[in-house]
Design a protein around this ligand. Structure first.
Ligand SMILES: [Zn+2]
Length: 479
């Protein structure tokens, strides 16, 4: 049977405010357990929450960047449940009057732009963290009260790859806004997915499973792919899919049932009495809007116009803000109108070099910095060194910390275009490769490439292959 997949994602995002959402405790990650707590975030009787205005500014920023409409009238609610990571037994969240609704995020899927609609963006606080050690469970409340945004998409996503692109695009947008570090390992970005399948062409939605516990983008993609297979297997064998919450087990590469609908907790909400509803003025929204920087889609278009980048190159370059900033600096400093040579280096050896070191490209420590790199690319353009040599020099420079220009000088890697040097090498090659010479003369024009290769070997790769080829052809045709 052929099925269609329907996926909706719920993303929880830590905002990187200095202090928590409703008290003055620090939000710094990795501190001594329970060292960043106070009566408010511990929920001690008599303590009162005070809303951190920066949370609102950041939340509006994200909502606007996601093309949402900000609700004029909004309030906080208590979401009641009992769990040891939440000493108050309720979480301050937003229920029926969320901060923002009805937005969208544009996602590039196989070269086509798709709009994934967003249902709502609301503010809430995080709970503490349980640490399990053998027989004991410990709780760290440092995370309790850290501001979170919940971003809920419509079920507009139709494949694990699309889910991956949505998350990448969301992460990149948030990074441009500089309101979260989006680090999944630290729990700053967490994602739950609702997934169901239905017969192709069927209108009614299938029964969904909620997936939790995915702690990387890769895990999200794998968990969704697994779940499509599992649900299809159920339907193919005549069984029905049951509505349940499932956990992704990365070690076993499978999802396992956590609880079914019958066991699901029904949260009770009621308005937070200690935080009165409030109105967000249009002047506030305008003020926040002014602080939104150029976002990836606009930056992409601008860079295509300004520097003549292809859409493909531009998309790669704007995917992270730091990489885009670095790239733009390089492009600007590269002399000449045609920026293609430096762009090819950015999306080629620089990205590859960062990948092989397992770091983000903007963290690459290029010895001598941008001027050295530009010098290297120019040397290739001016045919002073070959492209192959330049790539090898660049990689060597990354691993031993020597500037490219120094490596080239020390090893004397300048390309040989001097015809008297090349003449001698060509003479020797012609004498010792009679067969290829006669092949060429008998019309096998490809034979010349073998001879070029021999000359390159003789000159340790330093000969200019274009010049060698021209010289060889001239010699063979006149001989
Ligand atoms: Zn506190």
């Amino acid at each position: 049977m052929e099925y269609e997949t329907v996926i909706g994602l719920e993303v929880h995002l830590h905002l990187n405010t200095r202090t928590k959402a409703f008290c003055g405790c620090s939000t710094e990650f990795g501190k001594e357990p329970n060292s960043q707590t106070c009566p408010v975030c511990l929920g001690l009787p008599g303590s009162l929450p005070v809303f951190n205005e920066t949370v609102l500014d950041y939340a509006i920023k994200v909502a606007l960047a996601l093309n949402c409409s900000i609700q004029e009238y909004t309030k906080f609610d208590r979401k009641n449940y009992f769990y040891p990571d939440l000493p108050k037994n309720y979480q301050i969240s937003q229920y029926d009057l969320p901060l923002a609704k009805e937005g969208y995020l544009e996602v590039d899927v196989d070269g086509k732009v798709k709009k994934i609609r967003i249902i709502r963006v609301h503010m809430e606080e995080d709970a503490g963290k349980l640490v399990h050690r053998q027989e004991t469970s410990l709780v760290d409340y440092n995370r309790g009260g850290v501001p979170l945004l919940e971003i809920v998409s419509y079920p507009d996503i139709s494949s694990p790859d699309e889910a991956y692109e949505y998350l990448s695009s969301l992460k990149s947008t948030i990074e441009y806004l500089n309101v979260s570090d989006c680090d999944m390992e630290k729990g700053s970005l967490r994602c739950d997915a609702n997934i169901s399948i239905r017969k192709k062409g069927q209108e009614k939605l299938g029964v969904k499973a909620e997936l939790k516990n995915m702690n990387s983008f890769k895990a999200v993609r794998e968990a969704l792919a697994y779940e499509i297979q599992r649900q299809a297997g159920c339907l193919d064998s005549g069984k029905s899919v049951i509505q349940e919450t499932r956990l992704w087990d990365a070690k076993l590469s499978k999802t396992i049932s956590m609880r079914t609908k019958e066991e699901a907790q029904d949260y009770r909400y009621f308005p937070e009495p200690d935080l009165p509803p409030f109105i967000i003025s249009s002047s506030k929204i305008k003020e926040v809007a002014k602080s939104i920087p150029e976002l990836p889609p606009q930056r992409m278009v601008r860079m295509m116009h300004e520097y003549g980048l292809s859409e493909y190159d531009a998309r790669i370059i704007v995917s992270s803000k730091e990489f885009a900033d670095l790239s733009e600096d390089m492009i600007k400093e590269y002399p000449g109108k045609d920026k293609k040579p430096i762009v090819n280096w950015i999306t080629g050896p620089i990205l590859a070099g960062a990948n092989s070191l397992g770091i983000q490209p903007h963290r690459l420590d290029i010895p001598g910095g941008i001027p050295e790199l530009i010098g290297l690319v120019k040397s290739v353009e001016e045919a002073k060194i070959s492209n192959l040599t330049a790539k090898a020099v660049f990689n060597e420079s990354l691993s031993n910390g020597k500037a490219c220009s120094r490596i080239i000088a020390e090893k004397n890697l300048f390309q040989i275009s001097d015809s008297s040097v090349l003449d001698k090498a060509i003479d020797e090659v012609i004498v010792s490769n009679e067969k290829s010479v006669s092949d060429y003369k008998n019309g096998k024009s490809n034979a010349v490439m073998f001879l070029v290769g021999q000359v390159m070997r003789k000159t340790q790769g330093k000969a200019n292959p274009k010049v060698v080829q021209e010289m060889l052809k001239r010699r063979l045709e006149n001989a």
